[in-house]
Structures are given as structure tokens and as C-alpha cells.
Write a protein that binds this ligand. Structure first.
Ligand SMILES: [Zn+2]
Length: 465
């Protein structure tokens, strides 16, 4: 019976009203949502096993009978990975004729392709509208969208969200921030929807040249350090919210609410799991698409490490669980002389240090017998001399991470600094997620496997914080 619930709700109760949808979310008990999800999960697994050659092959190889699958746990250690999407033709995943295609931004040369129907893009856009309404967006607002549109889904999804709300909007696309500032200031847009790293440069310009009244800013695509968020909010005198997503989820995995404490998961369109959570609950986010007919993904490993939050945020989306900020990429956890390190550690260490711009990258190298952490840091305009920044960073390491500081003083690893011009790590026009942590040592078989790294991640956080 549960398979007909979403359609009935859609047709009889909710219609296309964002407000009704939001009020309904407030009343929906999580147990009912979970039952609906389970029913849709079963249908998705059966459909994929029947129509996608990839899933048919993989299910057969693992002896999985799709009709017997009720819950994700019934699939054992079956997962779909980014490597599968990269290595195989996209046609292998398709269950129906696609109408829209996007590519993932990535850190490798080969991008993943993900295909959809127009209806799927439209529906995800509508769910996005519910999240935007929850943040206060209304038809009378004026929105500018500065997302990159080339091969990327974020802008198209947003366009459908803005159409659903019916507000005035302009697609600026990802112009150089100076040009953007010049061209949009006359419009007095009161809502800015932008890319995270790009927002930092725009805010520097606005800090120098002046701001206009803004209701809120929504940024997506990469984690925003809390110190940076606080600065941007100060400059614009407006709240900055974050959305979280991947192209594989059509950018709609989760969105913050006014509480700014984690992302509400889009549990109407996805079933989420945490893979191999440790004692503190940190694990890799895994999702199954529940409503996609063209290219369903079953237990797709997002590669993002997070945990579920269980405190009450008090907003209408409470029935959709929240996850914490992404603590790192599962493949960006490195075991080295410093300990088990993830990008989160460096974000915490470097954030708010005078003279540093927002972009940085850390490479683990091994010039001699021990590991050397090479911090590639971009300096902001008018930064103090390198020596002063180094001294400040040393002081912060001792204060924020005494354990790592002690290991460094004991000679377990070396630290090197490389100061770079602003924009060196992310050349203009290149839209790639900046890889924060690199292992540039010669590989040895003694490296700790990923699963062990994920297991110890949370305790590292707890003990070092
Ligand atoms: Zn909330």
C-alpha cells in the first residue's frame, strides 16, 4: 500500500503548493516517511535490476534476487561507487531514455556523467523551492544566481526552484566577481545564490566598495569555514546559508535551515545511510535515489564523511533528518607522521589566521626519512610578512591541536610553508573542487586502509578538539 502514498499525497493533498508542502513536512512522522522510503527503495532496486545492464550484471554476480530485497541491509556489501560511474559507459546505468545530462566536478581528469528526465529535474527543483521558502525566500524577492552553468546541474535545479516560487531572478552565471559586482549592484538583488569560493572574493570587493541590503545569501558546492561565514555575514549584514549536494544527487542532498546547524536531508527523494559509522557516528554518506526513473543509483557512496544530528532545530523541516557539515572526503583521510589527518583539521587550524586567503592545500611529502606537511597557503591583500604568519600558525597549532603540536616538536613530522599569490590554487575559469589534502609520498604497502581511517576519524576529532 505504501507505494501509492506519495502519488496520493501529491495528487490529493499537496499539489504544487510550497507552503502546503512545508506544513505537511512539519506534521509528517518520521516512521511514515521511513515506510514510504522502504516501499520506494524496493521498487527502485527491482527497476534497476530489470532495466540497467550495470545493475543486472552486478546483482547477478553477487547472487542478489531483487524481489527479496526489502531494505538496504539486504544488499550486504553491495554499493555503487564513483569509480563505477567513471569507468563504465553511462548507458549501462540507464533504465529509460534521458532528456538532460550533467557532469560532475571532480578532482580527476575523467568526469562522471549523470542523466535525468526533464520531469526529474523539475521535481528536484521543486523540493529545492521548499528549502528556499524555509529560509525565507518569497515571490516578492529579487534573486541573482551566479552559478556556473557549463555541464553543471546546480543552476538548472535552482532555475526550477525559482520558477516554482515565482520570484524575479536573473542568471548572471559565474562571471569574474569584479564584473559581477559592477553589473548587479544597480538591480538591488536582495538574495544572492552563489558558489562558495567565489563568494569570498565578491565579499572582499563589497567590503571595499560597499554593500546593498541583502536578505540572505545561499552558497553551495564546498564547505564554508565558520570563521569565513561569520566575516561574510558581518560584511553583508545578512545570513549566509549553505546547501549540500553532488551532481549524482542533482545537487539536492540537503540544505541548511535558519538554525544553520547542519543540512536537512532530502528524504523525499533519497534514502540515506551512513557507511561504517564509528563510535561517534561519523561515517560515509550513502544514498539511494527513490524517485528517479532514468538513472537510479543504488547505495551510491558519496565519499563524504559526516554524521547524523539529533538535536531539535525547531524548523518545519524537522521530519527530514540533519547531517553535520562534511568533515572530509573518505579518500582524503591520510595517515602520516602527524597522525590521521583530514581537511577538517587544517580548516580549523588555518581559519581566521590574519593574512591568509580562503584557499589552501596541504601535501604530505617525504623528502627524507620523515613525513613533511607542506602547507600551500594563499595570502590575502596586505598580508603581514611570511615569518609573522608562520609564527601565528605555530601558536595556533599549539593552542588548537596540542597533540599534533607535541608530535611536531618531538620530530615525528616536519612542517613546511609555501606562500602563494591569491588564486594560484584555483586558476580562473577552472571549476574544480579544490583537493585540500594530497598524499605526494611514494606509495608504500604499509599505508593504512581507508576503512580503518574512517573508523578512527571521529575519535581523532573528539580527542583533538
Ligand atoms: Zn531545521
Amino acid at each position: 500500500m505504501f507505494e501509492s502514498v506519495p502519488t496520493l499525497l501529491e495528487n490529493l493533498v499537496l499539489g504544487r503548493s510550497i507552503e502546503r508542502r512545508l506544513n505537511f513536512a512539519k506534521l509528517l512522522p518520521h516512521w511514515l516517511l521511513a515506510r514510504i522510503q522502504a516501499s520506494e527503495f524496493q521498487q527502485t532496486v527491482c527497476r534497476a535490476g530489470e532495466h540497467s545492464s550495470y545493475y543486472r550484471r552486478r546483482f547477478a554476480a553477487q547472487g542478489i534476487e531483487t524481489r527479496r530485497v526489502r531494505l538496504p541491509a539486504d544488499l550486504g556489501d553491495f554499493y555503487t561507487t564513483a569509480a563505477d560511474l567513471r569507468a563504465l559507459p553511462v548507458d549501462d546505468f540507464l533504465c529509460a531514455r534521458p532528456q538532460a545530462g550533467f557532469e560532475t566536478t571532480g578532482t580527476t581528469a575523467r568526469n562522471k556523467r549523470v542523466y535525468f528526465s526533464n520531469e526529474e529535474v523539475h521535481d528536484i527543483g521543486f523540493e529545492g523551492a521548499v528549502g528556499l521558502w524555509n529560509l525565507g525566500l518569497r515571490p516578492e524577492d529579487r534573486v541573482v544566481d551566479a552559478f556556473d552553468y557549463a555541464f553543471w546541474n546546480a543552476g538548472i535545479t535552482l532555475l526550477h526552484s525559482l520558477n516554482a516560487i515565482g520570484c524575479f531572478h536573473v542568471i548572471a552565471s559565474k562571471l569574474p566577481p569584479e564584473e559581477f559586482y559592477e553589473r548587479v549592484r544597480e538591480y538591488r538583488f536582495n538574495v544572492l545564490i552563489v558558489d562558495t569560493a567565489w563568494l569570498v572574493t565578491l565579499t572582499e570587493i563589497a567590503e571595499r566598495r560597499g554593500v546593498w541590503p541583502v536578505k540572505f545569501i545561499l552558497s553551495g558546492s564546498e564547505n564554508l569555514a565558520e570563521a569565513t561565514r561569520a566575516w561574510i555575514e558581518r560584511v553583508w549584514a545578512a545570513k549566509v546559508y549553505q546547501a549540500y549536494g553532488q551532481t549524482e544527487s542533482l545537487g539536492a542532498t540537503g540544505i541548511e535551515c535558519p538554525a544553520q546547524r547542519g543540512y536537512h536531508l532530502n528524504e523525499f527523494n533519497f534514502l540515506f545511510e551512513l557507511r561504517q559509522p564509528n563510535a561517534e557516528g561519523w561515517g560515509e554518506l550513502v544514498f539511494t535515489t527513490l524517485t528517479r526513473k532514468v538513472m537510479p543509483l543504488i547505495r551510491y557512496r558519496s565519499n563524504d564523511i559526516t554524521r547524523l544530528l539529533d538535536d531539535d532545530c525547531g524548523c518545519p523541516l524537522a521530519c527530514m533528518r540533519r547531517i553535520d557539515k562534511i568533515a572530509g572526503r573518505a579518500d582524503e583521510i591520510i595517515s602520516c607522521g602527524m597522525g590521521m589527518i583530514s581537511p577538517w583539521i587544517f580548516e580549523t587550524w588555518l581559519s581566521g589566521c590574519p593574512g591568509l586567503a580562503d584557499d589552501w592545500q596541504v601535501a604530505v611529502t617525504q623528502p627524507g626519512v620523515r613525513d613533511r606537511l607542506l602547507l600551500r597557503l594563499e595570502r590575502s591583500a596586505g598580508a603581514p610578512p611570511a615569518g609573522e604568519i608562520e609564527a601565528e600558525l605555530t601558536r595556533r597549532l599549539e593552542q588548537r591541536f596540542p597533540y599534533y603540536y607535541k608530535n611536531w616538536r618531538m620530530g615525528m613530522y616536519e612542517i613546511g610553508f609555501e606562500f602563494l599569490e591569491r588564486g594560484s590554487l584555483r586558476p580562473a575559469g577552472v571549476r574544480r573542487k579544490l583537493r585540500r589534502l594530497l598524499d605526494e609520498r611514494i606509495p608504500t604497502p604499509a599505508r593504512q586502509p581507508l576503512s580503518a581511517a574512517v573508523e578512527t576519524l571521529g575519535s581523532e576529532f573528539q580527542s583533538q578538539d
